[in-house]
Design a protein around this ligand. Structure first.
Ligand code: LLP
Length: 428
């Protein structure tokens, strides 16, 4: 048997020309459960987490999975069991953490627009920290905490103004982004937070962007944050933890992001050199824990070769895989079964979905040898796909399967039309 690995995806490989996730053949899964179908490798998620855990060995560090990347309950359960905390951005995400068996005490709450109701619930449940993004939010949080007779643990999200060199929609740490408080205002904001009766300052945080593939932006951000920590503590406000956010990229298309342990070896070296080696650390990785653990299997419905372009119409669409339409993102697309063909059978295809928009494309100019009824696997579909999926065109959301060795678990049933209509009411 010949096994051919896909680069950057250790648990997804061809065996005898059939694509497998761990020991599960994708073709068989697609026939059994239908398509589009998200399939995840448990071992990939755990090995991605292990790289961070190795990087932090012997340190006081907490890994808070940024669950917006993939918030399916079984995925959260897996990370909770593996010892992760969670970075949430809504009350809904908090409900999911609890439903998956996570603890509120392991949750940090980020986001620029927390509502009073969300703050109240998070305070009552006793979350670990609020990552506060504006001075106005500090005031409101203090008020809400006072009314409950509680003290809110807070960290202020600083915008360190470094360029993460990524897509503008997912860069967050530059001036001109809506996120965090500017470095110039940080000290003042901390003084305000320390003086507010409903708050207890516990940390500082930053998150500079997503799909970062170099270590330079992280090293720059760390220097800026540590400068601020020194200034804040010099004003008598101690900080228990430093949270460096998430953002580490994955290999979508030949990108070569640093490995999590290698990146952290360099960052910890800087931290040690600047005398902060024993400070409690938090990080909020999302994509790098789940992105390359997942694929989306889709069936080729129709081929429509044309004069200018050849369209390969598949049954997955922008409602399942929104990243190409939203960010012009690249996802690898590979056959689930490799048939032996000579190269002239190959053509360049526009791989598109059934949604009624020209923006509904999955891949441009892909060299594939395909026929109707074939299954294709869209790669790197573990992060920001199902969690961003919608019902546009009244398409039910796809089913999800988690593979664990030779065992497979359906972790989400395919959504039916009745599920979609359940909350709606006809006029009298
Ligand atoms: N922490 C905060 C405060 C965040 O806003 C994010 C992501 C993360 C952590 C996790 O970042 P990661 O490790 O996943 O890069 N939908 C876009 C990505 C949006 C990222 C939003 N914030 C995409 O599909 O590329």
């Amino acid at each position: 048997m010949t096994a051919v690995l896909l680069p950057g995806r250790p648990h997804i490989a061809y065996r005898d020309n059939e694509l497998f996730v761990e020991q599960a053949a994708l073709g068989a899964l697609a026939r059994e459960h239908g398509t589009p179908l998200f399939v995840y490798s448990r071992a990939s998620m755990l090995s991605a987490l292990a790289a961070y855990q190795r990087g932090f060995a012997g340190r006081r560090a907490r890994i808070c999975y940024a669950m917006k990347a993939n918030s399916s309950l079984a995925v959260l359960q897996l990370f909770a069991r593996a010892g992760c905390g969670f970075d949430i951005v809504s009350g809904g995400e908090l409900d999911r953490v609890l439903a998956a068996g996570g603890k509120a005490g392991d949750v940090i709450f980020s986001g620029v627009g927390k509502t009073r109701a969300e703050m109240r619930r998070a305070l009552e449940l006793g979350i670990a920290c609020f990552n506060v993004e504006s001075e106005a939010e500090l005031e409101v949080l203090s008020e809400v905490a006072m009314a409950l007779g509680r003290t809110a643990p807070v960290s202020i999200r600083v915008n360190p103004d470094v360029d993460p060199k990524t897509h503008p929609y997912i860069s967050t740490g530059l001036k001109g982004n809506k996120f965090g408080i500017s470095q110039e205002r940080t000290l003042e904001a901390y003084r305000r937070a320390a003086a507010l009766p409903g708050l207890k300052v516990v940390g500082i945080d930053c998150h500079i962007g997503s799909q970062i593939t170099e270590d330079g932006p992280y090293l720059d951000a760390m220097d800026r944050i540590l400068d601020l920590v020194e200034a804040i503590e010099a004003h008598g406000i101690p900080l228990q933890h430093i949270d460096f956010g998430g953002g580490l990229g994955i290999a979508y298309n030949g990108d070569e992001p640093p490995a999590a342990d290698a990146l952290w070896a360099r960052l910890l070296q800087k931290l040690d050199a600047r005398g902060f080696g024993d400070r409690e650390l938090l990080i909020e990785p999302g994509r790098s824990l789940v992105g390359n653990a997942g694929v989306c299997v889709t069936e080729v419905l129709y081929l429509k070769p044309g004069e200018n372009k050849n369209f390969c119409i598949v049954d997955a669409a922008m409602n399942d895989l929104p990243r190409p339409a939203m960010y012009q993102a690249f996802h690898g697309i590979v056959p689930v079964t490799v048939t032996v063909v000579n190269d002239c059978d190959k053509r360049s295809w526009e791989v598109v979905g059934p949604v009624c928009e020209s923006g509904d494309w999955i891949g441009h100019e892909r060299e594939l040898s395909v026929k109707s009824g074939d299954f294709l696997a869209v790669l790197s579909a573990g992060a920001y796909c199902m969690s961003m999926a919608s019902n546009y065109n009244t398409r039910g959301r796809a089913a999800e399967v988690l593979v664990d060795g030779a065992r497979t678990h359906v972790i989400r049933e395919r959504e039916k039309s009745a599920d979609q209509m359940r909350m709606e009411k006809l006029l009298p």
